[in-house]
Design a protein around this ligand. Structure first.
Ligand code: FES
Ligand code: FES
Length: 166
């Protein structure tokens, strides 16, 4: 079957099997490697992307279900001039960036969280990210990074939305 979606600002149509998961479509068909497969149980969040602006675990979504949608991966949060998204910048500044396996999902989950709740408390941040695991338990700096990102009023924007506001 054919699926069409806008991925990181580019429209594309691909042939996929009906059983193809969105994370596999992104990684194997589209060559985007930020969303990772870290578990078989929908529990780690390493595969988190933004689907029409909402953070979702892309291992729980069929590519067919994303047909007609806008998908943003951590690669797509970087602006065209190479500058980082405010959330990525906050993760860098607060040492929330850790391994490449969990971080892209953490960053996408944070964009989704701040979109829903632009000024979360520390407890709301911890609750909001509880679906994203770091095997190294390095959560403290991640929470600080999310709170720092919340200080920036475009932190919950997808790149397209941030561009409109600028
Ligand atoms: S790979 Fe999707 S939650 Fe672990
Ligand atoms: S830093 Fe990525 S799993 Fe801990």
């Amino acid at each position: 079957m054919q699926v069409s979606m806008n991925i990181n600002g580019a429209q594309r149509t691909d042939e996929v099997e009906a059983r193809t998961l969105l994370v596999h479509h992104l990684r194997e068909t589209c060559g985007l490697r930020a969303a990772n497969v870290g578990c078989d149980t929908s529990s780690c969040g390493a595969c988190t992307v933004l689907l029409d602006g909402e953070a979702v675990k892309s291992c729980t979504v069929l590519a067919a279900q994303a047909d007609g949608s806008e998908v943003t991966t951590a690669e797509g949060l970087v602006a065209e001039d190479g500058s980082m998204h405010p959330v990525q910048e906050a993760f860098r500044a607060e040492h929330g960036l850790q391994c490449g396996f969990c971080t892209p999902g953490m960053v996408c989950a944070t964009v989704g969280l701040l979109r829903e709740n632009p000024h979360p408390t520390e407890r709301e941040v911890r609750e909001g990210l509880e679906g994203n695991l770091c095997r190294c338990t390095g959560y403290h700096n991640i929470v600080r990074a999310v709170l720092a990102a919340a200080e920036l009023n475009t932190a919950g924007s997808t790149p397209a939305e941030a561009e409109v506001r600028a």
